[in-house]
Ligand binder design. Sequence first.
Ligand code: CA
Length: 235
Amino acid sequence: MTIREKVLVIEDEKSISHFISTVLNNNGYEAMQARTGSEALSMITSHCPDLIILDLGLPDMDGLDILRQLREWSSLPVVVVSARSYEKDKVQALDLGADDYLTKPFGTDELLARVRTAIRHTRTASGNNEIAQKGTYTVGDLTIDYNKHQALVRGENVKLTLSEFRIVALLGKHAGKVLTYDFIIKELWGPRAGGDNQILRVNMANIRRKIEKNPAEPEYLFTEVGVGYRLAEEY
Ligand code: CA
């Protein structure tokens, strides 16, 4: 018997909740559903889910308040569900400790990818930083060599600058997960670094030029408009 990870789906729209739960149940997870914030909070403590999918617009509570309350005592992975136009909400949710987000409408593949990544990253974080010890990260033709401080495309060193390498290295450590501009800037240039994205954007354009076949249609470094960047993840 295999262990099925429990996922609590907090969503008041029946059709969406049903869609998410069906996909999860068909793919080896055990989905539970909550329709309101107060129901969700009591289910979290009584059912101990492994992951939470959280809609931000609930009838009785703001999803961000649930996240805020939860983060006071738990690092349980949370994937937020939000409408396309609410970029500010997504950034705020990530800053409050959400692991990732799904933008409505989303499909089966995207849902499963976010769930898989969020659960796996929690495991890695709690189990002795395996990614850092491995020394390399590979996705498609791209390899990040953490020992030599190099990025390679089809075995060729693409000669990144130190800043460029640090950005790629950071995204590689969180592969599959969106990192906000603010998070990247603070990780790279310290907690007092300003919120100006300009230097980051210039660096990213240079990295894409060196790594991507066609920088306008990236295969590895994705822009999440208004939020941040995500490096592709190999499954
Ligand atoms: Ca809703």
